[in-house]
Design a protein around this ligand. Structure first.
Ligand code: ADP
Ligand code: MG
Length: 696
């Protein structure tokens, strides 16, 4: 064979230019790419042991001899092909469904392969609730006369991500051929010394084990080897990134002048907590250093991150610079705007806001003022990222609820100034090791203390009656309540309560004597703002809402949170929703209504009832969901992790981190021959993608 790892897949047997184009869509161009196009799952396709019992997955694999077979009509368009298979575990009926064609005999191949006396593997589905399996609806079958069956059945079988036009069968056979012919040529990116100390499989072995494992143990060893490599590359990238940023020297300097900060503090109406003071100091120390700041501020819902952010923004403004404050939703951006207006009322600070619904004329005006330096702090949503938003002298950007944004968006905002400082905030705290892997270029500050005078929130799983009785009690005492639903509109497919329908019911039947307002994400911005306004001003006593109020709403007079179909919300969301209450001194209560239909849902609700500690909740959430889901596809995709799992592979991760540091200490630019491949992979993964790393 003359192909090398760098050859195009086009030259592999059976591929050709048409399929090569399809593979390109999957990011596979060379044979090496193909080897690294790992399965997305593995199916246990050993022969199903007991055909009398339903299998857990519904998948059935049988092997036997065809006793009789034939085609049947089943309708104008559909035909069936049936065969009786005698297996070592009993007889079973197999059925194939085919759409009829006028042009050719859809069963010609079947008639050839599935005929009396033929030995066969079949893979298919059977109804799991049958007492015994009598009929298998066949998805795939493989005659024993053709050795290729070994690729597909009687083993742990890989399942690949596909694209239209590529079949699983073809993809699997090509992967098999590629592994057979080329895995031995695969070179280890992990240096030999490390592979030895960490007892890792060699690359060829790992590739074989990952694509066509002979056992679960082999698969896990292979996965760990590949996961380690991914984590090593990630940690190298972060380490380099940190080193690079640390060497930069930003053009602006800060001096704590207190011309704005002092009157701001004096006008707050409360004193900062010790934790707030500590993190403000950490941030100010960063701001005064030469390299641009990249800091993550973690703090539970209601811990008072906004005044911390505002202090930093004011320092920038005191020094003649501009600041930006970006939030993921319009509601939150508007809430921030209102907070700024309140706290900066008597200060010479010019604030403007920009969202996607700002009218064009107003937008143009604001953009012109921002570009001329006539706006000191610009608040907004993703709208801030647009290309025509240009600052005269942006020095500091703050991103709230940063887990809702991706790395790229962070970078875009950052590029709106020259080496600006960046503060990102989150109320979804995660363990430090994980935070470092996800945001490896960030320093971390944590607010671990709540402002004084808060009475801890009571949380209970409750019936609707109990919850609504509480709403009545509290509103009679002059307080306000939220009632939250999982969906906006009723849907035939989902047996869930919807905000719109329930709003009508609550308004007309349940609380006819109260003013009830409605807010949800599909409402026009103006209507949303109006509903918020009514609730903030206390004119509405009950706010019916969807998850849109999860972040940013700050109404200290609200003391009741009712979450309907609570089992349908994620843990972090429930915690955020609960964080809308308990913002004043009065006792607040959260009622979770709805039964938990799965053990996970039960675990979520129990966790929430048991603790209000955001860190504990964050950890539980990670355990229940894994980081991919928790952090959003955008973010986890950008990390280029195919097989590594930041939670499950925590031990590998800490090894990889230590190894990356040692590697770069010994060979700062990865110029040694034994690091050549590592360097190439690193640049391929992270330089072009994040425009991150500079190894020149
Ligand atoms: P989060 O960290 O969730 O963003 P916020 O910044 O919205 O929290 O603060 C929650 C509420 O607590 C706001 O009403 C804010 O004004 C108030 N707050 C912040 N710091 C203090 C403090 N030190 N003492 C009393 N109230 C505070
Ligand atoms: Mg906040």
């Amino acid at each position: 064979m003359s192909e090398t790892l760098e050859s195009s897949v086009q030259f592999l047997k059976g591929v050709g230019p048409r399929r090569a184009a399809l593979y390109e869509r999957l990011g596979v161009r060379t044979i090496e790419d193909l080897l690294h196009h790992y399965p997305r799952a593995w199916q246990d396709r050993h022969e199903t042991a007991d055909l009398r019992l339903p299998t857990a997955t519904g998948l059935v694999v049988a092997r036997g001899r065809v006793l009789r077979a034939g085609a049947f009509g089943a309708g104008p368009r559909l035909a069936l092909y049936k065969a009786t298979l005698a297996t070592a575990r009993g007889k079973v009926e197999c059925v194939w469904f085919k759409h009829l064609s006028r042009r050719f005999d859809v069963f010609s191949a079947l008639k050839e392969e599935v005929k009396e006396g033929a030995d066969l593997w079949v893979v298919g589905r059977a109804d799991p609730d049958l007492a015994g399996i009598r009929e298998i609806r066949v998805d795939e079958h493989y005659p024993l006369s053709n050795e290729r069956w070994r690729v597909h059945v009687g083993r742990l079988t890989p399942v690949y991500a596909l694209t239209e036009g590529l079949s699983q069968r073809f993809t699997r056979e090509l992967a098999f051929a590629a592994v057979e012919a080329h895995a031995d040529a695969a070179v280890d990116a992990v240096p030999a010394e490390l592979a030895a100390t960490r007892r890792l499989l060699a690359a060829p072995q790992a590739l074989r084990g990952l694509h066509f494992p002979r056992s679960e143990a082999e698969l896990e060893a292979a996965r760990q080897r590949m996961a380690y490599e991914e984590l090593l590359l990630l940690e190298l990238a972060w380490t380099l990134k940190r080193r690079q940023t640390g060497g930069l020297d930003k053009p602006h300097r800060y001096e704590v002048k207190r011309t704005l900060l002092s009157p701001f503090r004096a006008g707050l109406g409360f004193t900062l907590t010790a934790a707030q003071k500590r993190v403000i100091n950490e941030i100010f120390d960063d701001l005064r250093r030469a390299p641009p700041m990249t800091r993550l501020l973690q703090g539970d819902v209601g811990s008072g991150k906004t005044v911390v952010a505002l202090s930093a923004l004011l320092l920038a403004v005191e020094n003649g610079g501009q600041g930006a404050l970006m939030a993921p939703t319009e509601i939150l951006a508007e809430q921030h705007r209102a907070t700024l207006d309140r706290f900066l009322k008597n200060l010479p600070v010019r604030v403007a806001s920009l969202t996607s619904r700002s009218p064009k004329k107003e937008r143009d005006k604001i953009l012109a003022r921002v570009a001329a330096g006539e706006v000191d702090i610009l608040v907004g949503t993703h709208a801030l990222l647009e290309e025509d938003v240009r600052f005269k002298s942006l020095r500091l950007a703050v991103i709230d609820e940063q887990h809702r944004f991706g790395v790229r968006q962070r970078t875009t905002l950052r590029q709106k100034g020259s080496l600006i400082d960046l503060l990102v905030m989150t109320a979804t705290p995660i363990p430090r090791t994980l935070a470092l892997a996800l945001y490896g270029d960030l320093e971390i500050s944590t607010i671990d203390e709540m402002p004084p005078g808060r009475t801890p929130i009571k949380t209970a799983l409750a019936s609707e009656e109990e919850a609504f009785a509480a709403v009545r009690r509290e509103t009679a005492a002059g307080r306000q309540a939220y009632v939250v639903f999982p969906i906006i509109e009723e849907s035939a497919a989902l047996d869930l309560r919807s905000a719109k329908a329930e709003y009508e019911r609550l308004r007309a039947e349940v609380f006819p004597d109260l003013k009830v307002a409605l807010i949800h994400g599909a409402m026009p911005g103006r209507a949303k703002a109006q509903a918020m306004e009514e609730f903030v001003r206390g004119r509405a006593q009950v706010l019916v809402a969807t998850q849109v109020i999860e972040v940013g709403i700050d109404v200290p007079n609200a003391t009741v949170m009712v979450v309907q179909n609570a089992d349908r919300f994620g843990l972090a969301s429930l915690h955020q929703l609960r964080g809308r209450i308990g913002r004043g001194a009065a006792q607040s209560s959260c009622y979770l209504v709805g039964e938990a239909r799965t053990p996970q849902a039960r675990a979520r609700l129990d966790t929430l009832a048991a603790t209000t500690d955001g860190f504990r909740i964050g950890e539980e959430d990670l355990k229940l969901r894994g980081p991919g889901e928790l952090l959003g596809v955008a973010q986890s995709g950008e990390l280029s992790l195919l097989v590594a799992d930041l939670v499950k592979d925590a031990a590998l991760l800490s090894n990889a981190r230590a190894d990356a540091a040692a590697l770069l200490a010994a060979d700062p630019k990865l110029l040694r021959a034994e690091h050549a491949l590592l360097r190439r992979r690193l640049l391929a993964l992270y330089q072009s993608r994040w425009n991150w790393i500079d190894l020149a």
